[in-house]
Design a protein around this ligand. Structure first.
Ligand SMILES: [Zn+2]
Ligand SMILES: [Zn+2]
Length: 334
């Protein structure tokens, strides 16, 4: 099969990925072999390619927003049949036995493994997934539209939960890419007022088209104080900016897996009055299933930009340069 591998992690402009021939994976015990039809391009893939995230598997194939079809079944799998539609996401495996897993916080499992970082992901014609971590997908959504929901969507949803936004609350979104534009749709469907703070003119237009109440530059103040905010942009210098925009008791959740350094915070204006700063770490399978249900019910739609699989490196470069709104998706049969 054809697959992309991260050959030498470094700036995407220097083309750290290579498109190679690899054997089709053999599904191990409890695993499914998946023929990839579409794979979303996530900012985390860029961090893996550029070495912002340490190498956990040499020459790994990135990609963890996979929509595919079961093409083979390993020993010990029940409930799946060849030909079933299947989704593969970021969280690949947990130990199931640690204190975090046992209390329902499997996203914090120190023994967890991730698709496209610890194991080969979806920038390929085939991949594999433990069946216990595979998702059933809504029937009435096409492959390309679904792919970005599997990480950008799920993580955005967990970030929204982490803000503990009250019903009808005022939510600020800093950055408006793949994850934020899906999160906004859920928040709006649930009755929130959403303000978007982002540098891209096109992103601001998309935000208003989706029904957000305002769209301004990243460093501007929103038109009203916020009950909750989510930082999607990987820019630590926006943390104090977003904290200052919060109302008393407001919560800022940082959605990214990687963030540049946070500047010194000013206690009085940025943390006092019980403002809270929270991180978001991966997601539980329950978050994933719940989000996919809500997405189908609310008609959440990703704005997508299809690329053929062979153009993965270009797609990552375009993501880094902010050359599109919404989410890039690699398609296997373009
Ligand atoms: Zn665990
Ligand atoms: Zn992701």
């Amino acid at each position: 099969m054809r697959a992309w591998v991260v050959d030498r992690p470094g700036p995407i402009e220097r083309e750290p990925l290579r498109f190679v021939e690899r054997p089709i994976p053999v599904p191990g015990s409890g695993e499914l072999l998946v023929r990839v039809r579409a794979c979303g391009v996530c900012r985390t893939d860029l961090h893996v390619a550029e070495g912002d995230l340490p190498v956990r598997r040499a020459r790994v194939t990135p990609g963890h927003e996979v929509v595919g079809v079961v093409a083979g079944i390993g020993p010990g799998v029940s409930g799946w049949t060849v030909g079933d539609r299947v989704g593969v996401a970021w969280l690949r495996r947990t130990d199931g036995t640690c204190r975090y897993c046992l209390r329902g916080d499997e996203n914090l499992c120190p023994g967890s493994e991730y698709t496209g970082w610890d194991s080969d992901g979806g920038y390929a014609e085939y991949t594999s997934v433990p069946s216990a971590f595979a998702y059933r997908l809504p029937k009435d959504m096409d492959d390309v539209a679904l792919a970005p929901l599997l990480c950008a969507g799920i993580i955005g949803y967990r970030a929204l939960l982490r803000t503990s936004l009250p019903p009808g609350g005022r939510l600020g979104l800093y950055g408006f890419g793949g994850s934020a534009h899906l999160c906004a749709q859920v928040a709006l469907a649930q009755g929130a007022t959403v303000h978007v703070l982002t540098r891209g003119k096109d992103s601001r237009r998309l935000a208003l088209e989706l029904g957000c109440a305002s769209a301004r530059g990243s460093y501007e103040l929103p038109p009203e104080p916020l009950d909750g905010a989510i930082l999607f942009a990987p820019a630590g210098d926006l943390v104090p900016v977003a904290l200052r925009a919060l109302d008393r008791g407001g919560v800022l959740a940082v959605a990214g897996i990687h963030l540049s350094d946070v500047p010194v915070l000013h206690y009085e204006s940025e943390l006092f009055h019980e403002k809270e700063l929270r991180s978001v770490t991966s997601n539980t399978r329950e978050n994933g299933r719940e989000f996919l249900d809500l997405a189908a019910r609310y008609g959440v739609r990703a704005t997508t930009h299809p690329y053929s699989l062979s153009n993965a490196q270009q797609a990552l470069g375009d993501l880094k340069a902010g050359r599109f709104d919404g989410a890039a998706v690699l398609v296997n049969d373009l």
